[in-house]
Design a protein around this ligand. Structure first.
Ligand SMILES: Cc1ncc(COP(=O)(O)O)c(C=O)c1O
Length: 444
């Protein structure tokens, strides 16, 4: 079975066509033999390099629509002074640090906010700020394994590669479950695999927004499937990978709620995705009772509950600042706008006869893969098989969408004008109902 691998998605050969790198790598080279001369000329050179790089990044921001990163924030003016200090939230956030250079008070307040969002009492949860969704997933699966040592991981094939990585690192058995055309886990396939392995406990990964199609698995249906297959509460552990949509779903009316009131073990999100943070980060929340077996380390006066030891102490301050500034209302507004803008883009594409799909409550518009690398690179698009996607994050305004759409329409005319190349068929990737290609029209 083919597993979606983000590694493949990330590699877009540039062949040097894009003139975005105003920098020459040669200018950046550091020498170990020559002393670093701190005279005025060399510091001017450094400033020029940095200014050029800053300009490049600022220009390219308008074309960053293929990956789920929110770069629409104004933290830097207020928070830059904290860069003077090396803040390290070493180890467990709830144990006191023997030094002052940490931000654990901010971290715990941020964690409390998420615990409240996901409806778990302060004294019943444990969590920490991770280096990203991947670390959260590794932690979630680790906690599941601690509780159910002989458990098998169940994950849909559209799950993020960090889940498969967890299985490899922890040397755990994994069952890969098929997905429906929209990317959701195939509940019937899950059921048959659960029944096949009834003698072993289940550690189930649920996607609250898959990486490529933004599909949200039905948590209630998965719990029901586990119950129907005869798995009692103490024989399963559910980890929710909510990397992107974990901060969208709670703010949308009618969307199914992810909450610790249901029998789940952990929830993970990426902090740099929907909320936005200049440093990659994530939030991992689990039940306090689940981590009690983890050991205490005398050297750092902390419990060995986190995956990394040293942790970035600037991140909790940035997250705390964003949550304070935006609040519930701001996040609700961001979610609403992004969903509306995603629907707008999908409708534009469909009106133009371009195959496109958008899951309910998702901000990821999946459409035909452009056939030109220059175009893919210009818009920093992510692709897989015959599909590409745009992630309509905060900051991706209607103007940006319109400019992307206009460019796509102009380029498409060139790509397909003489009929020798035709748009790709997406029936296999998205289901025939979502494919508008001419082959599809002729054959279905
Ligand atoms: C569903 C899902 N889970 C986990 C991750 C990994 O998150 P991070 O990049 O923060 O490690 C991603 C990243 O795109 C994702 O889409």
């Amino acid at each position: 079975m083919e597993i979606q691998r983000e590694f493949d998605l990330m590699i877009v050969p540039t062949k040097g066509e894009i003139d975005v790198s105003l920098l020459s790598k040669k200018n950046l080279c550091l020498s170990v033999v020559k002393p670093n001369i701190k005279d005025e000329t060399s510091s001017q050179e450094l400033n020029t390099i940095l200014t050029q790089y800053l300009e490049t990044l600022s220009q390219r921001k308008q074309y960053h629509i293929g990956y789920p990163i929110n770069m629409s924030y104004e933290h830097h003016a207020v928070l830059a002074p904290f860069l003077q200090f090396s803040l390290n939230n070493c180890g467990d956030p709830f144990t006191h640090s023997p030094v002052d250079f940490h931000s654990k008070d901010f971290e715990v307040v941020v964690l409390d906010w998420f615990a409240q969002l996901w409806k778990i009492e302060k004294d019943e949860y444990w969590g920490y700020i991770t280096n990203g969704g991947t670390e959260g997933n590794l932690h979630g699966i680790l906690v599941g394994r601690e509780l159910l040592p002989s458990g098998i991981i169940y994950a849909s094939k559209d799950s993020h590669y960090s889940i498969f990585k967890a299985a490899r690192i922890y040397r755990m058995e994994i069952e890969i479950i098929n997905t429906l055309a929209n990317g959701e886990i195939d509940y019937a396939n899950l059921r048959s695999k659960l029944l096949l392995n009834k003698n072993k406990p289940a550690i189930v990964n649920i996607n609250i927004g898959t990486t490529f199609k933004g599909a949200i698995d039905d948590l209630d249906l998965v719990i029901q499937t586990l119950d129907n297959c005869g798995y009692s509460n103490d024989r399963y552990y559910i980890h929710c990978d909510a990397a992107l949509c974990g901060l969208i779903v709670p703010f949308i009316k009618h969307a199914k709620i992810i909450t610790f009131k249901k029998p789940i073990g952990s929830i993970t999100i990426s902090g740099h995705k929907f909320l936005g943070c200049p440093m990659p980060c994530g939030i991992q929340i689990t039940r306090k009772s689940h981590i009690s077996s983890l050991s205490k380390i005398e050297y750092i006066a902390s419990a060995d509950t986190t995956i990394s030891c040293s942790r970035n102490g600037l991140i909790p301050i940035f997250l705390w600042y964003s949550l304070s500034m935006k609040g519930y209302a701001g996040l609700q507004q961001d979610s609403k706008i992004c969903i509306e803008n995603a629907r707008y883009l999908k409708d534009q594409l469909l009106k133009a006869g371009i195959s496109a799909m958008l899951n309910e409550f998702s901000i990821i518009v999946v459409f035909e893969r452009p056939c030109d690398h220059k175009f893919i690179r210009r818009w920093q698009l992510c692709y897989l098989s015959n599909m590409a996607h745009v992630v309509v994050m905060p900051g991706i305004t209607r103007e940006v969408i319109d400019s992307f759409y206009k460019d796509l329409m102009q380029e498409r005319k060139k790509w397909y004008q003489d009929g020798t190349t035709i748009p790709p068929c997406l029936a296999k990737d998205l289901g025939s109902q979502n494919c508008l290609c001419s082959y599809q029209k002729m054959h279905y």
